[in-house]
Write a protein that binds this ligand. Structure first.
Ligand code: GCU
Length: 335
């Protein structure tokens, strides 16, 4: 049995309490009476982990020792799609899930995944934290999937990296580029001229190394913390998407907290989102320096030829009334 199977078997057994309606007990090790399990696919050096670790401690303090969070980093509980299933069944309480994954459950989430929907991280955070724009969407998975979206963390601008510079769609021809597992991400790389290959995050390094992939797309922080620069040393600023990571909660786990504890949780979580946004800018700089020291180069390019493909693509991908309304509100929020 591998480590993940063992871990999940153990969690499922412990989670039976939560499934039958009793709350999950904390342990002497943490000192908290209740433990929320959080799944993350990043390393302990990624700013998500750092902000979540601080959130766990502040939650413990603010709830007078009632609640803490146990973070499982490095995709140890599974890739994001698998984690959503564990959350539906209350085996995992909280998870950081890339926004592209939720589109596979409710297509309206696509509105925040289309190229160029956000102008900047500040614009994105304004929209995500504005309940008039995103509130209904974020509550839309509760009845059907036991999932609640609680805002989250920016992924910053995503860009292409490979063994060579990518400055135009012609440079993308024949390039096998890893994408997150969503139809929009496939369409986006096709529109940019490449051949998309969907794959879970944790498999990308090995696939680049083995030549199964020629490139991938992500932000500088993932490029550095996942060590992708070692196997794809040229990072080209295509700036095709400002991505987002949702904090997804198992709805039952949150309801079980009761209104008083839930209010404290929400307040501390709001502070954690701000903390992350502050960390993001410095982490990005550090990632650039670190990757350069490891031999990577960063290429600023003229994105005009990509823009000409991506702008009409974004419009063609928005088909439902909900998507169109949220898109319009998002654009108005930038003005
Ligand atoms: C970023 C993001 C992750 C996502 C990953 C990916 O690192 O923060 O949530 O899984 O990109 O490309 O899969």
């Amino acid at each position: 049995m591998d480590r993940r199977t063992l871990l999940l078997g153990g969690l499922a057994a412990l989670g039976a309490g939560a499934l039958s309606g009793c709350s999950r007990e904390g342990s002497a090790a943490t000192g908290a009476r209740h433990i929320l399990r959080l799944a993350l696919n990043q390393t302990e050096t990624h700013p998500s982990y750092i902000a979540l670790d601080a959130f766990s401690k502040s939650l413990f303090e603010a709830t007078g020792g009632e609640y803490t969070i146990d973070i499982f980093p490095n995709e140890v509980l599974g890739a994001q799609q698998e984690i959503l299933n564990l959350q539906r069944n209350n085996i995992v309480d909280l998870a950081i899930i890339s926004s592209t994954q939720l589109e596979n459950i409710n297509e309206d989430f696509r509105v925040f995944n289309v190229p160029r929907v956000f102008d900047s991280v500040a614009h994105q955070m304004d929209v995500i934290t504005n309940p008039e724009i995103s509130g209904e969407l974020f509550g839309s998975l509760e009845a059907s999937n036991n999932l609640l979206v609680l805002g989250g963390f920016t992924q910053g601008e995503r860009n292409i990296y490979a063994a060579k510079e990518v400055a135009t769609p012609a440079d993308m021809a024949g390039l096998k580029v890893r994408v997150q597992e969503s139809p929009v991400m496939l369409r986006m790389i096709e529109a940019m001229g490449g051949s998309p290959t969907p794959m879970a995050y944790g498999e990308v390094y090995t696939a680049l190394q083995a030549g199964v992939l020629d490139g991938a797309e992500n932000n500088e922080v993932s490029y550095f913390t996942q060590k992708h620069y070692e196997v794809a040393p040229v990072f080209s600023y295509t700036k095709h998407l400002v991505g987002f990571d949702y904090m997804v909660a198992s709805a039952k786990s949150l309801h079980d907290m009761g209104p008083e504890m839930r209010a404290v949780f929400d307040e501390e979580w709001g502070k954690a989102m701000q903390h992350f946004t502050e960390l993001w800018a410095t982490s990005t700089q550090e990632a650039i320096e670190g990757a350069k020291a490891g031999g990577a180069t960063f290429a600023e390019i003229d994105t005009a030829e990509f823009d000409a493909q991506l702008t009409p693509l974004a419009e063609s991908l928005l088909t439902s009334d909900v998507q169109k309304r949220i898109f319009q509100q998002t654009k108005e929020a930038a003005a």
